[in-house]
Design a protein around this ligand. Structure first.
Ligand code: FAD
Ligand code: NAI
Length: 464
């Protein structure tokens, strides 16, 4: 008899397993694929960042080295090597999870996990069916790419992020449907490698869920990098014509637009994945978004069955899944953990990076909260001029009455790491004045956060 059986080994599942084991719970984890790590390690965060980093090196070598006085001739992208390196990074990272499972004495079962009842989970693999008895179950089965009937991926020319991470050639032209996180990250990869990239977005901006200032600025920056955007376009159909794809869409005025490309990447969101779990055996019905409903302890309607990560509501982010994994393990062990969902940072790994934590200005206005806003342009930083990464800004939003920082939004080199200063400050309910009074090292990008905080406390920024 196990204390906990976890179905799915993504960042939600494997982190939950480690925390359960640390707390002395006898733990098993079931994964249907041969490698552990889920979407994030196999076909998500890690491979996309590996290709983003490689393509950024290539882009810098071909666009920026000369300005720095570095002359390199005959720079070529060896795409086969890029994909090979990405595969090695993935393989090492997934092996790392296996090592952690063994180290923590977590039993790993390869196969499809399915409920027999609330305390019995079957594992079906090529070796047959095993049944595991358990006191608790954590469902961590994640998500899959979403698509609409007008854009069904054939995984050859009409592709999802999974295929886009393992193409055999750099497309001459790539159409991306969806100007969201995946579209912009993978669109950036191929644009940097020389593909002509056009993004079809059905709304009027990029990244509509973020502070409105971000989408506008990022579109400007990415246009300079060569991406082309078609906003307010509704896709009518996508066809694989053999060695090309044809996308038909209608623009705002109802005109038909036809775009031809080597590949069409469909990146219009992801959907919770529960196929084959046998949820009906427990009387659990996914909601109309396919998600499993949970209460504030992340319990399903069956109290000993929990669900975490992409398969439940909330942001589809690896670190959100991880926090929920730890949270549920601690709940099962009788502790009283807490997650501050307001302070889960979001990062988009374009260059410059985009990062955000807390509320947007639009959300605060809608809630009737009066705010002060400090905005600092990155180009005013000495460090940025030294490295020639001058695009973007940092925006600090604070409460007009109390000066508490309520949101920080940034486009900047190194924003992915910078955002954590804001998150830590906000966790401790810092004021803009608190951040502004902390001595920041010079010359660094972090000075832009201090300057934006000074701006929010009443136009006191020093370098604009
Ligand atoms: P998943 O990682 O999806 O893992 C679920 C696992 O469950 C899978 O391994 C699946 O095979 C397994 N499974 C499903 N059903 C069963 C079953 N019945 N039996 C056994 N096993 C089963 N997030 C970030 O925070 N940062 C990023 O930079 C980032 N980049 C991304 C890039 C891309 C291209 C994509 C697609 C996603 C990215 N994400 C990123 C999102 C991130 O990958 C997910 O939020 C995260 O993986 C969710 O974790 P999870 O544990 O809930 O599910
Ligand atoms: P997304 O929700 O970020 O973006 C989807 C985009 O497609 C939106 O801009 C939306 O307006 C647009 N869209 C929707 N329907 C459309 C249609 N019919 N035609 C044209 N455009 C349409 O989803 P995405 O990019 O697929 O990513 C899925 C999830 O993966 C995200 O929720 C994200 O959290 C996660 N992810 C996170 C990353 C990170 O943290 N850096 C990187 C990649 C993915």
């Amino acid at each position: 008899m196990y204390d906990v059986v976890i179905i799915g080994s993504g960042p939600g599942g494997y982190v939950a397993a480690i925390r359960c084991a640390q707390l002395g719970l006898k733990t098993a984890i079931i994964e249907k694929y041969n490698t552990l790590g889920g979407t994030c390690l196999n076909v998500g965060c890690i491979p996309s960042k590996a290709l983003l980093d490689s393509s950024e090196h290539f882009y810098n070598a071909t666009h920026h080295f000369a300005e720095h006085g570095i002359e390199v001739n005959g720079v070529k992208a060896n795409f086969t090597q890029m994909i090979q390196r990405k595969n090695e990074v993935v393989s090492q990272t997934c092996s790392g999870v296996k090592y952690l499972m063994d180290k923590n004495k977590i039993e790993v079962f390869q196969g499809i996990g399915s409920f027999v009842n609330s305390t019995t989970v079957s594992v079906t693999s090529s070796e047959g069916v095993k049944e595991l008895q358990t006191k608790h179950v954590i469902i961590a089965t994640g998500s899959k790419p979403n698509f609409f009937p007008s854009m069904v991926p054939d995984k050859k020319r009409i592709i999802t992020s999974t295929e886009a991470l393992s193409l055999s050639e750099i497309p001459k032209k790539l159409i991306v449907i969806g100007g969201g996180v995946i579209g912009l990250e993978l669109g950036s990869v191929y644009a940097r490698l020389g593909s002509e990239v056009e993004v079809i977005e059905n709304s009027s901006t990029l990244l509509g869920m973020m502070d409105a200032s971000i989408g506008k600025e990022l579109a400007k920056i990415l246009k300079k990098e060569g991406l082309k955007f078609h906003f307010d376009h509704q896709v009518q159909g996508v066809v694989n014509t053999g060695d090309k794809t044809t996308v038909t869409a209608t623009d705002k005025k109802g005109n038909t637009v036809t775009l031809e490309s080597d590949y069409c990447l469909v990146a219009v969101g992801r959907k919770a994945f529960t196929d084959g779990l046998g949820l009906d055996k427990l009387g659990i019905t996914p909601n109309n978004r396919g998600q499993i409903e949970v209460n504030d302890r992340l319990q399903t309607i069956v109290p000993n069955v929990y669900a975490i990560g992409d398969v439940i509501k909330g942001m589809m982010l690896a670190h959100k899944a991880e926090e929920e994994g730890v949270f549920v393990a601690e709940c099962i062990a009788g502790q009283k953990p807490h997650i501050n969902y307001n302070l889960i940072p979001g990062v988009i790994y374009t260059w410059p990076e985009v990062a955000s934590v807390g509320k947007t200005e639009e959300e605060l206005k809608a809630a009737g909260i009066e705010v002060n806003v400090g905005n600092f342009p990155i180009k005013a930083l000495g460090r940025a001029r030294a490295s020639m990464d001058t695009s973007g800004f940092i925006k600090v939003i604070s409460d007009k009455t109390t000066d508490e920082v309520l949101g920080v939004h940034m486009i900047s080199a190194r924003a992915a790491d910078l955002i954590m200063e804001a998150a830590v400050a906000m966790e401790y309910r810092a004021s803009a004045e608190d951040i502004a009074r902390i001595c920041h090292p010079h010359p660094t990008y972090s000075e832009a956060l201090k300057e934006a905080a000074l701006g929010a406390t009443g136009n006191r920024a020093l370098h604009v």
